[in-house]
Design a protein around this ligand. Structure first.
Ligand SMILES: Nc1ncnc2c1ncn2[C@@H]1O[C@H](COP(=O)(O)OP(=O)(O)O)[C@@H](O)[C@H]1O
Ligand SMILES: [Mg+2]
Length: 468
């Protein structure tokens, strides 16, 4: 979709306005033209009748006369015509068939009309014509009689004058009203589309963790109100379903916890028995390792299930993050055993952090645990830097790195980049997703970058005062 509905509505409104406007202008121009023409034609008919009466009662002598008589009669006709048509917007052309051939008389108030008749006007068939004389339009009426041809004409300029004026108004008015309609239409379309935009924004904000929220109620009982109600109904059903699944996970993890703990206890007890054969002892050791891994998984699952339902009680307190990090480094060193791996603390600001102590500890330990478990040789570099608002914890190793195509999934649950390699190292695949949740819950950011056979580095940025 290239154009928004708002833009399309605005264009539509403008187009409709423009078409209606154009239609009205054309229709009124036509009505005006025909109305005015009809009016003039009526006048022309009266004029014609009058002229015919005058010609037939007074001028017919000319048709048969000649010589001196002819000249005086001619003067008389011209005088009469001058009297009748001395005014401006009319004229008459009279062609009388005399024994000396056709005699043409014309008169009217307009000078430029004088060299009449224009070629062919008298030769025309009977009827009404629009004729341009000089610069002005005349409506002419041609009629044929026994004694010759009569043309009466009235200036038909009114329509063109009105049209001219109208054109001026249109040239200014049309763009102006078009702009008004465009702006008004845009405003109205925006108003009409606002609930849609608002609902879309609200929908965008709804995720698995805040399914209890709903789209803003829409008062109207129109199609859009129905859509909002339908969407809200769907979100409610989703919420219900998701709650059930999350509750189930949480309950399952909880149920597994107790038997696992006692299993671990029993195994540890059995392991401490004095006279065990080496085979049994090795088997017990393996079983114990598995039990420990399982209880870790269960514990992580429980944590994530609680975070999903928003049930995890985040307790905010102040503590020294640099001390926590130093403790973690100490733990790391003891986990490295014989591997040629050096742990370096590159930078360590003294930092007071307001956050959930247990969760932050878990975050740091998870990241340290990954670095230690995956790094065979080289260095693990840790840094802790703080400014007034944020603290940045970073840990970089020279481990095997993570293939580029796996990076987008690295924070997914149970995701392990290389299962074959990761499994014996005792991971659960939940560590990084827990880290991500902890960082999110504290309003921070976590970034992981990695290059195959070069190493991995993770940076966590947290607000010193937390957000909750
Ligand atoms: N520092 C690291 N070096 C190499 N790979 C890593 C590192 N950290 C994480 N990974 C990869 O990311 C996967 C997911 O990590 P994580 O969620 O902590 O699970 P786990 O550590 O339990 O396997 C790991 O299985 C591993 O493939
Ligand atoms: Mg891990």
């Amino acid at each position: 979709m290239k154009y928004s509905i708002r833009t399309r509505l605005t264009s539509l409104i403008t187009l409709v306005y423009f078409s209606v406007f154009l239609f009205l202008v054309i229709a009124s121009a036509l009505a005006l033209y025909f109305g005015l023409t009809e009016e003039i034609d009526k006048k022309l008919k009266l004029e014609r009748n009058q002229m015919v009466t005058i010609v037939e009662s007074e001028f017919l002598g000319l048709v048969s006369a000649s010589g001196v008589n002819h000249d005086s009669l001619r003067k008389e006709v011209l005088g009469e015509l001058g009297e009748l048509y001395g005014y401006k917007d009319q004229f008459v052309i009279l062609s009388l068939d005399t024994p000396d051939g056709p005699q043409v008389f014309s008169n009217g108030g307009i000078r430029e009309v004088r060299p009449l008749p224009p070629e062919g006007l008298l030769a025309r068939d009977e009827g009404f014509y629009n004729q341009l004389f000089g610069t002005r339009f005349y409506r002419t009426f041609v009629t044929k009689h026994d004694w010759g041809t009569l043309v009466v004409a009235i200036e038909g300029q009114t329509f063109f004058e009105i049209a001219d004026e109208l054109k001026d108004i249109l040239l200014v008015g049309l763009p102006l009203t078009l702009i008004l309609v465009l702006l008004g239409g845009r405003f109205l379309a925006g108003l009409a589309m606002r609930p849609v935009v608002e609902s879309a924004e609200a929908t965008e904000k709804i995720t698995l963790t805040n399914l209890s929220e709903r789209l803003p109620e829409y008062a109207g009982e129109d199609e859009f109100g129905k859509l909002v109600a339908t969407l809200n109904g769907m979100i409610a059903r989703l919420e219900h379903g998701v709650n059930r699944v999350q509750q189930f996970t949480q309950d399952a993890a909880h149920e597994l916890r107790t038997p696992l703990t006692s299993l671990r206890g029993e195994l540890e007890l059995a392991y401490q028995e004095k006279d065990l054969s080496a085979g049994v002892q090795a088997a017990l050791q393996k079983a114990l390792d598995k039990a420990i891994l399982m209880s870790r998984i269960v514990e992580n699952l429980m944590l994530l299930a609680q975070s999903d339902t928003g049930n995890y009680p985040i307790e905010k307190g102040t503590f020294r993050l640099d001390v926590l990090v130093k403790d973690a480094i100490y733990d790391m060193e003891s986990l490295i055993d014989e591997r040629p791996v050096a742990v370096r603390l590159l930078h360590c600001d003294e930092v007071e952090l307001a956050a959930d102590h247990q969760l932050i500890q878990r975050l740091v330990l998870n990241l340290c645990d990954n670095a230690v478990r995956f790094t065979r040789h080289g260095t693990i570099s840790v840094a802790l830097k703080a400014d007034r608002v944020f603290v940045e914890f970073s840990i970089a190793d020279t481990g095997p790195g993570i293939p580029q195509e796996n990076l987008p999934h690295i924070f997914d649950r149970f995701y392990r980049a290389d299962r074959a390699r990761a499994r014996p190292s005792g991971g659960t695949g939940l560590g990084l997703s827990i880290c991500k949740w902890i960082v999110d819950a504290h309003g921070g950011e976590i970034q992981l970058s990695s290059e195959l056979s070069k190493g991995t580095s993770v940076t966590v940025r947290l607000p010193l005062q937390g957000t909750r």
